[in-house]
Design a protein around this ligand. Sequence first.
Ligand code: UD2
Length: 284
Amino acid sequence: LQYQQPSIIVGRTDVVTVTPWLSPVVWEGTFNAELLDSIYLQKNISIAATVFAVGKYTMFLKDFLLTAQQHFFVGFHVHMYVFTDRPSEVPTVPLRANWKLFVRMVPNSRRWQIISARRMEIIQTLIEDELMNQTDYIFCLDVDSRFHGRWGSESLGALVAVIHPGYYKDDRSRFPYERHASSSAFIASGQGDFYYCGGAFGGNVQEVLQLTTTCRRNYEADAAKGIEAAWQEESHLNRYMWINKPTKVLSPEYLWQDFKAWEPEIRLVRFSGVVKNYAAIRPN
Ligand code: UD2
């Protein structure tokens, strides 16, 4: 493979590309996609992805799946797991040769907070029952989103978190972490690293099993005491990622929001949340 000589002195200087604990932060312009693909394709890895479409959220599946076909791990073995209570509303989309799509039933709930938070438990069970020793990596994604650009092997790591597009320039005292000390998702003002998205995270299946098991246990322990963290499983994920530092951090290119104008450091939006009418689509 012929590729451009890497430089040790010339690179992006407008953004931080490594965390203080020495994990890479992935931005456009920091990696060679062809080189990375050639390394990972030789390993013959498989990637699972989970997406939940419960209730009216099935309306987002078509765009999500169609754009994933174009941009998500193109050339790799991808197993996409769709969890829904309305399997008849899962659209038929033409799949790439090395793609498989699995549709799994999950119950609906009267509260959207529970639908969102229970994803941790369901992903834990999926890994324990089916993916362990079968799949290498897993990414867990929000369905009300679409791909616009490459999301591929540059995102692979043991434990992968995405910087939330809404807070990455803020002081950590302003992050919407859970601030009540009674919750197991608590992070005090003056603590924490970044604010990470609940809508996209991943890693190898062993690490994501640890993450989902811990977040589920903490969420349920809180619920038994009548406590719900400010942003449900996203709060528990943030606490987990603060204690167990991600080994790879994806820039907000990996989960932008369509209502936000691009900032100067954003050269490419790869995946973004669509604008949605919460009142019309959530159960309450
Ligand atoms: C944020 C997070 C989301 C979650 C939530 C807190 C991002 C971009 N989004 O988004 O991941 O942490 O805060 O709970 O970081 N869902 C259904 N049916 C429903 C409701 C939810 O299928 O009726 C699923 C669906 O996959 C959706 C996800 O749960 O993408 C998150 O729900 P949301 O998109 O309504 O949450 P939102 O936008 O507040």
